[in-house]
Write a protein that binds this ligand. Sequence first.
Ligand code: PRP
Ligand code: URA
Length: 209
Amino acid sequence: MSKVFVTDHPLIQHKLSYIRDKNTGTKDFRDLVEEVAMLMAYEITRDLSLSEQTIETPVCEATVKKIAGKKLGIIPILRAGLGMVDGVLRLIPAAKVGHIGLYRDPETLEPVEYYCKLPTDVEERELIVIDPMLATGGSAVAAIQFLKDRGAQNIKLMCLIAAPEGIEKVQKHHDDVDIYVAAVDEKLNKKGYIVPGLGDAGDRLFGTK
Ligand code: PRP
Ligand code: URA
């Protein structure tokens, strides 16, 4: 069974409160999503392996630790996942970015694919799928399956807010994928929105309706 990590750092929880607030406007919403994504990237990279190297400080020779050449990939689920990309890249600037375009059919709530462009060596990379919302789990399950169909073997999922239903679905279909979230909310409503959630993440990020 995959693990679920809830990153309850005070800064993340504080910023998430403003993200949830319906009175937070587009610019602040966008900035806050980026900041929380950056803080969560710090947590999700906690287990990266290090290798030792010798350098010269201005004082003497020293053995220091650097990330051990791991190839990372960030995979935002369009559209709303785009809002998290720059925050993650601030901490891991050398990561490659692949895009998976999915939207949720408002009637069936099933994900519909419209775009997919991935790094060519996806099978060698440690991938982080990013999307602010894990609601029914349909979009995340489909995106992870695209990656696995193309050879990906090492995948983590990072979302701001998850519903219990979405977590359960990802664990059922992809029990090798650990899930990192800032909050697990109460439930989904009849329209498949997370309660209390933050509303429609894509619309709030891009100022659409
Ligand atoms: C939202 C969100 C997820 C999906 C979650 O995207 O960003 O991708 O819904 O719902 P699910 O877990 O039930 O699949 P949406 O389909 O609204 O598209 P958008 O990002 O283009 O707004
Ligand atoms: N997608 C969103 O943007 N918000 C939700 O609450 C559920 C799906």
